[in-house]
Write a protein that binds this ligand. Structure first.
Ligand code: PHE
Length: 371
């Protein structure tokens, strides 16, 4: 065998390698030509010592060149086979690389959460701290301590959902004021789903000394048929301020400022006498309708937002009743204050232009993402 034969060998190997149909065939060719022990090149190199000294360098160089050509051919064919396999896989999976990617859904706050945050933010600016309270509540805090004893007609207004308490629930609730509830009624208290956030007036006053300024957003429950403005599960925000010099003027000023910050512009606040057993005097507050600017009419006729009344009823309020103050150990001759409570959904409806309160709770993302 001579140097020229090696070049011919490499040419033959290149042709066979280029034609190898698959990995297995390629492996066989690799062993046959480039195998360390029995490969053709190795065999050729073993003949080197037998050659005349003058031919050895040329022969050795030719063997190395042949090995390089064969190895390069093996690499090329390996890459080509892999590429072909990939193309086959892609074709089989029928991936259409021109399709637009799936839309990434970016999370956002529920309109009610947004409204609660906005309410809390505005009142925080006036020194009110946001606190929360239990949704499952004692009769004592929801009614009794708010001057609404069992036979009081005001109970009718709060269509109450009562809870048949399991032992563990009694235990959990007992940790939050059961002692007072029992002391006041002389018997195990009844448990309910709070129909308003006002029980937190009492709970907060029990736990703090004046000055008190809190805002309490939270879920409430009433046994009601639903319609576009009523839900059996809804949210309220309760406000409470107790200090030494507070008057009805402070209540008005705070709610006036709240309305302007929430709705912008120069919102008017209407106070009308109302009745709540736990405030005296009591009032209902309304904001002049922002949709018709307090006129009751728009370009399309009667304003639909306020039903032509020019006002949007927003909350009940009043000066905290001296009985409630006494009950928590505050001296009514020294301390007084105001409380207010309104519906969060009502405000959320106005802020988002939502015409039916139930849209907030159906959790249809097509709607919730649009407001
Ligand atoms: N809790 C009352 C209601 O739900 C509203 C209210 C709150 C009234 C605070 C006066 C003071 O109707």
């Amino acid at each position: 065998m001579r140097a020229e034969d090696l070049s011919e060998l490499a040419g033959r190997a290149e042709a066979e390698i280029a034609a190898a149909p698959d990995e297995a065939a390629l492996d066989a060719l690799r062993v046959r030509y480039a195998g360390r022990r029995e490969g053709e090149i190795t065999k050729a190199m073993k003949r080197l010592p037998a050659l005349p000294a003058g031919e050895r360098p040329a022969f050795g160089a030719a063997a190395n060149a042949a090995r390089e050509r064969i190895e390069a051919a093996l690499e090329r064919r390996t890459a080509a086979l892999r590429d072909a396999a990939l193309q086959r896989d892609l074709a089989a999976a029928a991936v259409d690389l021109t399709l637009p990617p799936r839309r990434v859904r970016i999370g956002r706050y529920h309109p009610i959460t947004r409204t609660i945050r906005e309410i809390s933010r505005i009142f925080a600016g006036m020194g009110f701290e946001a606190v929360e309270g239990p949704e499952v509540e004692w009769d004592y805090y929801a009614f009794e301590a708010l001057n609404i004893p069992a036979d009081h007609p005001a109970r009718d207004k709060f269509s109450t959902l009562w809870v048949q308490a399991e032992g563990s629930m009694e235990v959990a609730l007992a940790a939050t004021g059961a002692g007072r509830a029992r002391a006041a009624t002389g018997q195990p208290d009844r448990i309910l789903l709070r129909p308003h956030t006002s029980p937190m007036q009492i709970r907060v006053m029990e736990q703090r000394r004046p000055p008190v300024r809190v805002i309490v957003p939270g879920r409430c429950f009433r046994f009601e048929a639903t319609d576009p403005t009523h839900e059996s599960v809804f949210f309220q925000y309760e406000g409470l301020a107790i200090d030494e010099q507070l008057t009805m003027a402070d209540l008005k000023g705070v709610l006036y400022s709240f309305a302007r910050q929430l709705f912008g512009g120069e919102r008017k606040v209407r106070f009308r006498p109302d009745y709540f057993p736990f405030t005296e005097p009591s009032a209902e507050i309304a904001f002049d309708c922002f949709a018709c600017d307090g006129t009751g009419v728009t370009n399309e006729g009667k304003c639909r937002t306020c039903a032509g009344s020019a006002w949007i009823e927003a909350a009940g309020c009043g000066m905290v009743h001296p009985d409630a103050l006494r009950r928590v150990g505050y001296d009514p001759s020294k301390y007084q204050g105001f409380a207010f409570g309104g519906g969060v959904e009502r405000l959320a409806m106005l802020l988002t232009g939502t015409v039916d309160i139930r849209l907030f709770h159906q959790n249809d993302l097509r709607y919730l993402e649009s407001v």
